[in-house]
Structures are given as structure tokens and as C-alpha cells.
Design a protein around this ligand. Structure first.
Ligand code: GLA
Length: 386
């Protein structure tokens, strides 16, 4: 992997490409979700954290309506668009994310003119770590400041969600951008997705002798594709039959009644969401009372629920989780939307190498593509760098 450019180098590269220095450089992180999967669009609870992998943008506003976009990666070259004619389906590759944000801001009635933008990122793409939201959050943070748009964090969350849902075409919730915009170093972000209320919960794995490993299975996922949307539709159907606004309003005590009202598949989907919400609340309690070593069983239970009830895992994720556990991790689960992407394993520092080797060995034996395994820690949310 190439090293990220620091703000000075990014600004210098910007100047050599666009012929003038940028107005500033901003960054926003990717995320992992510690627990609380597919609960966000059910008005439920999530517990993600921003990671120490970021997207960085150098941006300069232009006096005209021309938008010029370039990244340090890939082979897309310079993309040119016009702020006056942004429309769904008109963008491709990574440029859908900045253009989607600008489009969503226009939909809110904001005046969006031209700009030059250079992007660099070390958030692995297609790994379920929200590389797209990292870009969107860096762009919206930059624009908000440069254009004095006056958006608060909640507004920015909703605008980036609009960009994803209506411009990119992925029917996702608000977890990823909330973590990227509102995360804090050393903390997980406990988010109530009904009202966007947050609480920062300390998560200092290292000081408890633990490390959070990400195992990127290299199985690519796409939330614009059918599986995610189908799960969302099942949840909405379940809520409708049960007569509630959202599955957030269904408790563990309601599950027996739900079993009698729902078809077996919808019931399993509902059971995942209901039990997952309760696992998030329990995880927050345990982190606050005991600390990270106590949460392993909840991570494991979350994975089982996603594998068996929500059916969003895949053989590679299951193998990563099982082998991590048997090699010494205290808990492991797939993270993010599923159908590929990454798992996380919470492992004692002393066992981390063993977990890595065991997972690599198991993937080789199964003839799966070699996974990419690295550690992450909770890092700061979006900010200006220069
Ligand atoms: C993706 C979406 C999020 C959330 C997760 C599943 O990451 O972008 O909104 O729904 O999947 O928890």
C-alpha cells in the first residue's frame, strides 16, 4: 500500500496540477463498526469508531461553475463537470462521491459553484470500511467551511446520506458518515439513529492489552446491489406487520408475538435487528463498567446473528471469524454491510501475530484470495489539516 501524502505534499501536488495553491486541506476517516449492524436504518443503535485511515482533499473554490476532480490513485484521470448540471447517473468511479455531495447540497438549496479538488486516501476501497463516506465527509467538511454554509454535524450526516441514497444509488443509513464526522480518538460513537443523539464511549483497547484487527477478506461488496436493499425491505415489511414505526420499537419481549405474525424469513431478519440493538446497549454498559475485555461474547453473538438470522455473511467472513477466535481473539464479527468486506477481531496483543498467521494460513488452505490484515484504533473525526 502506498503511504498517504501529508497535507503539505498534497497541497504541493494540487498546485502543480491546478496551477494555484488550494484554499485548504481537509481529512475524514473511514470507520469500523464495533457492533450494531443493519440497525441504523431501523432507527436503532450503532457503535462504530472512526479509524486511523483517512481520505484527504485539497480544495480551491473557483469563480466559475467548472468542477475539476483528480485523485492520487486509480487511472481515472482528470474529471471535469459543471456545477450547473449535476445529475444522478452522470458520474462514475470515485467522482460520484464528491459530485453526489455537491448535488445533495444543491438539493438543500445551497449555492454550489465550481471548485478544483485533489483527493488522496489510504482507506482501503471495497473493504467495507466506508472509503466512500470518508471522501464524502472530507468534501462536505471542506465545502461547509469554504462556502460558510453553516451546516452542523447532523445536517452534514443527512446531506451525505442523500448523496449516497439518491445520487450514488446505495440505500444506506447514517452510521458511516456519523462515525466519520463525529468520531473521536480513543472512543467509540454510541449513536441513536432515531434522533442522531450521540455519546462518546471510551474504547482504549491497547491499555487493556488488546488490539482491534481488521481482516479484509478482499471479497468485494456493493451496497447498491440487491442484498442490502432486500434486507432493508424485509425490515420495513416486518415493522409494518408489527404495527410499529421502525424495528427500533420492537423489544426482546415482543419476539414471541412477532414469531406468530411474520413469515419465517422476515421473523429471522427482525430477530437479528431486535437482538442486535440489545447487544449494542449491553456493549456500551460493559465498556463503561468493565472495559473492552468484557465484550468478546457480544461480538461473537452478533456475528452468529448476522450469519444465521440476517444471512449477510459469506464463507470468507465466517472463516476469518472462526479462525480468529480459535487462534486467541476474545471476540470477532463481520463489520459493515456484509456480503464481503471485512471482519474485526479483538485480540490480546500477545496473540495478534498468531491470529494473523492462522487466518492467512486458513485462507491459503481454502484457496481464498489472501486477506489483508491490519490493526486499527479509534481516531479523530473529520477536520481541517491546513
Ligand atoms: C453499510 C451502510 C450503513 C449500515 C451498515 C450496516 O455500512 O452504509 O448505513 O447500514 O452497512 O450496519
Amino acid at each position: 500500500m502506498t503511504l498517504p501524502l501529508d497535507a503539505g505534499h498534497l497541497a504541493a501536488t494540487f498546485e502543480s496540477v491546478f496551477g494555484a495553491s488550494p484554499d485548504g486541506v481537509w481529512q475524514a476517516p473511514g470507520r469500523v463498526n464495533l457492533i450494531g449492524e443493519h440497525t441504523d436504518y431501523n432507527d436503532g443503535f450503532v457503535l462504530p469508531f472512526a479509524i486511523d485511515r483517512t481520505a484527504r482533499v485539497a480544495v480551491r473554490l473557483r469563480p466559475d461553475s467548472t468542477i475539476r476532480l483528480l485523485s492520487t490513485f486509480g487511472n481515472q484521470g482528470l474529471t471535469t463537470a459543471d456545477a450547473g448540471s449535476l445529475s444522478r447517473g452522470s458520474a462514475r468511479g470515485w467522482t460520484r462521491y464528491p459530485l453526489g455531495v455537491l448535488w445533495a447540497l444543491q438539493q438543500r438549496g445551497l449555492q454550489v459553484g465550481g471548485l478544483d479538488l485533489l483527493l488522496d486516501s489510504d482507506v482501503p476501497r471495497g473493504a467495507g470500511l466506508s472509503s466512500s463516506h470518508a471522501i464524502e465527509c472530507a468534501v462536505i467538511t471542506a465545502f461547509n467551511e469554504l462556502a460558510s454554509a453553516g451546516l452542523d454535524a447532523r445536517d452534514m450526516v443527512l446531506a451525505t446520506q442523500r448523496a449516497e441514497n439518491d445520487f450514488v444509488g446505495a440505500p444506506t443509513g447514517i452510521m458511516d458518515q456519523s462515525a466519520s464526522l463525529r468520531g473521536a480518538a480513543g472512543h467509540t460513537l454510541f449513536l441513536d439513529c432515531r434522533d442522531q443523539g450521540i455519546k462518546l464511549v471510551p474504547f482504549e483497547a491497547e491499555s487493556a492489552g488488546l488490539v482491534t484487527l481488521v481482516i479484509d477478506t478482499r471479497v468485494s461488496h456493493s451496497h447498491a446491489a440487491g442484498g442490502y436493499a432486500a434486507r432493508r425491505a424485509s425490515c420495513e415489511r416486518g415493522a409494518e406487520v408489527l404495527g410499529v414505526k421502525a424495528l427500533r420499537d420492537v423489544g426482546l419481549e415482543d419476539l414471541d408475538r412477532a414469531a406468530g405474525l411474520l413469515d419465517p424469513e422476515t421473523f429471522r431478519r427482525v430477530r437479528h435487528v431486535v437482538t442486535e440493538n440489545s447487544r449494542v446497549l449491553r456493549t456500551v454498559d460493559l465498556l463503561e463498567s468493565t472495559g473492552p475485555p468484557a465484550i468478546g461474547p457480544l461480538l461473537d453473538a452478533s456475528h452468529v446473528s448476522m450469519r444465521d438470522d440476517f444471512e449477510i455473511s459469506c464463507p470468507e467472513l465466517d472463516l476469518a471469524v472462526e479462525v480468529s477466535r480459535s487462534a486467541g481473539a476474545i471476540g470477532a464479527r463481520m463489520t459493515g454491510g456484509g456480503f464481503g468486506g471485512s471482519a474485526i477481531a479483538l485480540a490480546p496483543v500477545a496473540a495478534a501475530q498468531q491470529v494473523r498467521s492462522a487466518v492467512e494460513g486458513a485462507f491459503a488452505a481454502a484457496r481464498y484470495t489472501a486477506p489483508s490484515i491490519f490493526s486499527v484504533r479509534p481516531a479523530a473525526g473529520a477536520m481541517r489539516l491546513a
